[in-house]
Design a protein around this ligand. Sequence first.
Ligand SMILES: [Ca+2]
Length: 421
Amino acid sequence: MKNLKYYIHKIALVFFMALIFGVSGNINAKAEDISNKYINAVPIMTSNTGPSGIASCDDNWNNTQAYKAFDGVNSYYYNSSYHAWGTHNTKGKLSYEFPQKKVISAYALDYNHSSLTERPKEWTFEGWDGSKWVVLDSRTVTDWQDIDKRIFEINNTTAYTKYQINIASNNGATSYTVNLSIDELELLEKTNNSSISLDKLSMNLNVGESQQLTATTTPASVGVTWSSSDTSVATVDSTGKVTGVKEGQAIITATTADGLTATCTATVTNTSGTSGGNTTPTNSTDNTGGTSTGTDETSTIVNIAHAKGDNTNNAGGEVSIIFHGTADTTLSVVKTADVKEVWVGDKFIYTIVVTNTGSKTAKAVVVNDTAPNHIQFIPSGITTTQGTVDSTSTPSNIVVNVGDIPPSGTVTIKVPVNVVL
Ligand SMILES: [Ca+2]
């Protein structure tokens, strides 16, 4: 019966919408599909603190704790258990705190058969800015339907860690054990807030060998499709499993439904092991050349980082420092590697130490480092004792906004890298 009722409700809703569009003419002939525009940012909660974040409220009845409005079940009572947040009061506050800031662009209240008089009538939706609640939305709803999911879009572009619905009144219940309830509350992110990354920037595999690539997406449920730039070298299946076909290099691309991509370079070698060779990064004292000195078997990696401030010269590695007319302080850059010799597939760390050797503060110093052959930076792993990694950083070029460096001041930046063929 429940399914039939739901089906009839859906038909009625579709008909109602068709009627609205018929009356309003062709201006909005196509309804916006809101369900694809947003995704619930709250995980299915199994307690007030698990699996992540914190559900809380100002008051609840024993069996209708705060997290039950986030437990993925849009019913008050289902399968012999309570699945809604509820309080005896006719007003109340229900909140969810994320582990990190999120831009919530809409929220949804979802009910399935529960009492209409227990549902919120007047409320505000709020975000916690660290010192006070900021009202993001105000509503009055008196026409709740038996099965009803309402999505409220809000014009919010600020990231908050904590959001709450602050309900001032219900739709009339006063004599129940629970007079105010929420079957399910969703905090919705725009799906175009999505991102994708892969667990490997590069991989090496023999002909016939397979390795798994794993994509991490935000939101977590964004669908991923996989492709190879050269399926005669390496193929990839629908789960991200890469298989070597013949010697060579192919770019494996993971693409989200929104069209965002992340790539991994797959290098396929023969099982004989004669190809590949080694590469040697040098420390700064060896930074005398910029060209490959080896054959296919070996070569030397020379990498020079540069630092420049608004009022400084452009300094790099062991190269001589060039003065410009307006420069009034000097920087030095010393770059070292934590290894002397590497093989394809290795990881190691470059350390860049920028020192102000002049007598005035170097202003707005930016460190720039372009990857040489065989090196892929790992921007997400970069650490700096001062400043931040610029968001434009890529595996082939990193930018660190160090900021001001006083005379004799030093900044140390550590850059993890992958060695690729
Ligand atoms: Ca629920």
